[in-house]
Design a protein around this ligand. Structure first.
Ligand code: NDP
Length: 295
């Protein structure tokens, strides 16, 4: 299949690499050097603009920080709309927001372009391994078209409901991820202060009822070891928490715990900066308590 992939960031690049093995791939990236190096490494074509990427593609996939970034690629002489043909399938793998997703769909509809939001979960390791979970918002017919494409990097590809519900699912998932990160920072530093060895605390937690994906998969590999790799920017997790809170407000639902977690993630982003990793709020808990989660 002729697929064009736009956005070769931390997660986009390994997703596109999976597709390059299976399809005739074209790539575009805002900073062109990332696209030229990818094209050389994976035997893909490097498009000179979003319009060039869209022209002749059967499927267009975007993976950018926000839905607003995707919207910004539509217009202008070199924009996506200038290159898209009727019948093209457009899948947005950005962790986006439902309102902007629907605006994008409204712009694509008159062109006869099928559209779905299809955010992913599973991290850069999951993208490399092709084991991502993909949360799709779109009609059953569009989902059926999208499934074989998304299976190139997704192990579990699920239709959540109509347009925007993939975004909703992803936002709630990542808010819960953020809650777990913040809670583990506070809980584990308290245990260390109380005299428990960090490794014993984590191992015991992981054999008990307070465990989570963060305590089982991330803390042992990245925190106890002191490795702290940067794979997913805290700024993006804060963006996801903001999308979740906005959705709760629109639904008229009070969410005191999630509001507080969102405020703490935002504060951590302001302190740690735009390039900090999403686990680094744990370093703030370490600094505050004077206890290190290492061992
Ligand atoms: P990065 O910050 O690593 O990369 C962002 C990519 O988007 C880069 O290719 C960047 O181009 C491009 N970009 C940024 N702004 C614009 C713009 N205005 N117009 C065009 N291109 C732009 O992000 P990730 O790859 O980590 O994340 C992408 C999406 O996937 C986000 O929505 C994120 O929340 C989600 N996600 C990320 C995961 C992860 O583990 N990293 C896991 C699951 C979801 P340039 O190279 O020029 O900077």
């Amino acid at each position: 299949m002729k697929i064009s992939f736009l956005g070769l960031g931390a997660i986009g690049r390994p997703m596109a690499a999976r597709l390059a093995r299976l399809h005739q791939l074209t790539v575009w990236n805002r900073s062109a050097d990332r696209a030229t190096s990818f094209a050389a490494e994976h035997g893909a074509r490097h498009a000179s603009s979003p319009r060039d990427a869209a022209a002749g593609a059967e499927v267009v996939i975007t993976c950018l920080p926000t839905s607003a970034d995707v919207l910004s690629l539509l217009d202008g002489p070199d924009g996506l709309l200038a290159g898209l043909a009727s019948g093209t399938l457009f899948l947005d793998c950005t962790s986006g927001d439902g309102a902007t997703t629907r605006r994008i769909a409204e712009r694509l509809e008159p062109l006869g372009v099928d559209f779905a939001d299809a955010p992913v979960s599973g991290g850069t390791n999951g993208a490399e391994a092709g084991t991502l979970t993909v949360m799709v918002g779109g009609s059953p017919a569009v989902f059926e078209r999208a499934l074989p494409v998304l299976s190139g990097f997704g192990k579990r590809v699920v239709r959540m409901g109509p347009l925007g519900t993939g975004d909703a699912m992803k936002a709630v998932n990542n808010m819960l991820l953020g809650v777990n990160i913040l809670a583990l920072g506070e809980g584990l530093t308290a245990l260390v202060k109380a005299g428990v060895s960090p490794r014993v605390a984590v191992e015991t937690l992981n054999a008990s009822s307070g465990r989570s994906f963060v305590s089982e998969a991330l803390i042992p590999d990245r925190v106890l070891t002191g490795a702290w790799p940067r794979t997913f920017r805290l700024a993006l997790l804060d963006k996801d928490a903001g999308i979740c809170l906005q959705m709760l407000r629109e639904l008229g639902l009070p969410a005191p715990l999630l509001e507080r977690a969102g405020a703490l993630l935002h504060e951590a982003r302001e302190i740690l900066g735009e390039e900090a990793d999403y686990l680094e709020p744990i370093q703030l808990a370490e600094r505050r308590s004077g206890a290190e989660i290492r061992g």
